[in-house]
Design a protein around this ligand. Structure first.
Ligand SMILES: C[S@@+](CC[C@H](N)C(=O)[O-])C[C@H]1O[C@@H](n2cnc3c(N)ncnc32)[C@H](O)[C@@H]1O
Length: 353
């Protein structure tokens, strides 16, 4: 057993993640101006999200990703989701025919591959597929029985994607372990734990804690290496399975969902939260570790662009604390205030009533 905390970075890598996701702003803005003619639809009167997405032919998830980003950019305002309206800057510069119209300039990138692929995703409500070891197109980060192949079930792609996520996790996990109080918790279930690095940080900070890391078999090969390297294999159980179909491991008094729900659309999130809540004892806690959009669904801009990134590779998007709170409440859990960690992330706990 190694009781020292995991090392924390000396500098905050958040700006690197923000710059990395910057291209989604160009893609969404150009798609709205050049391919969807979105601003003209709002020229005469405010519209509800439902009416606007029906006019644009967009499903709820892509419409939400797009409109939250345009609101974060200061181009669309009004009460979400009933009353969407143009801001003065959009009215003056993004309505075709206006004296100070800049849409032609934005249109210079209308045919760029990134913009065209974003338009396809928005219209079809589907991610850009990941390639497996055999070159087959498949989903990244997610597995669902009957939904086709998963990159997480192929050795090389599972390792590549899992190690890629560790790049962020090794920065954030020590901050989580320093801020999250787990006193009284005996066993933590880390659902879709990946490398398990969040569990490892919590194990180091809580010497009597044990953890079960529940993920796909190929991912758990990487988790085993991490647990061995951190000398914590004796306090970790690696459990292979399907979080949507397999029996939820019993006997856990806290359950961690770190960067999981944002991979799924709202119906799947509700299914998962209810399944996990059902396995908790009274007073047990479901810990959602994720980013949180403003409850007013108008930013912050870096998270609106992260939402576009999630939309581009998974079935999900970023959600607000209010949206997660509704999922927790309907599963019989009481939401607590968000505890910030690092890189825009935080923990929203739901306590079983
Ligand atoms: C975005 S990663 C999050 C990894 C880690 N929790 C973190 O915060 O970095 C999603 C994880 O969920 C796992 N996963 C996806 N679908 C799953 C399923 N149906 N059953 C179990 N694990 C699943 C993936 O293999 C992957 O490790």
């Amino acid at each position: 057993m190694n009781p020292s905390p995991l090392p924390q970075p000396q500098t905050d890598p958040t700006p690197i993640f923000e710059h990395y996701r910057g291209s989604y702003g160009t893609e969404l803005l150009t798609a709205a101006v050049e391919h969807l003619n979105l601003f003209s639809h709002l020229a005469h009167a405010p519209m509800s999200l439902t009416a606007l997405r029906s006019a644009l032919g967009l499903a709820e998830r892509p419409a939400t990703v797009l409109l939250v980003a345009l609101r974060a950019m200061g181009l669309v305002a009004g009460r979400w989701p009933d009353q969407l309206e143009l801001t003065p800057i959009a009215r003056e510069h993004l309505l075709p025919g206006g004296a100070f119209y800049v849409g032609d300039y934005v249109g210079l990138s209308a045919e760029s591959p990134g913009v065209l692929e974003m338009v396809r995703r928005l219209k079809q409500n589907t991610a850009t597929p990941e390639k497996t070891d055999t070159g087959a197109a498949t989903t990244a980060f997610t597995f669902r029985e009957g939904a086709g192949e998963s990159a997480m079930d192929h050795e090389a792609s599972a390792r590549k994607l899992t190690l890629a996520l560790a790049g962020r996790a090794k920065n954030v996990a020590p901050a989580m372990a320093a801020k999250l109080r787990l006193s009284g918790v005996k066993t933590l279930l880390d659902v879709g734990g990946g490398t398990g690095i969040y569990s490892l940080a919590l194990l180091r900070a809580n010497p009597s804690l044990k953890a079960i890391i529940w993920d796909r078999p190929e991912v758990l090969k990487v988790a085993r290496e991490f647990a061995e390297e951190h000398q914590l294999l004796d306090r970790v159980e690696l459990r292979a399975g399907d979080m949507f179909a397999g029996e939820v491991p019993q006997g856990c008094d806290a359950i961690l969902l770190s960067n999981i729900l944002h991979d799924w659309d709202i119906p799947e999130c509700n299914v998962l939260v209810r399944r996990l809540a059902g396995a908790l004892p009274p007073g047990g806690r479901l810990l959602i570790h994720d980013v949180f959009l403003n409850d007013t669904m108008d930013g912050p801009l870096p998270l609106a662009l992260y939402s576009a990134a999630l939309f581009s590779v998974t079935e999900g998007r970023a959600y607000s604390a209010a949206e997660y709170g509704a999922m927790l409440t309907s599963a019989g859990l009481t939401p607590e205030p968000v505890v910030p960690t690092l890189v825009h992330c935080g923990v929203l706990a739901g306590v079983k009533r």
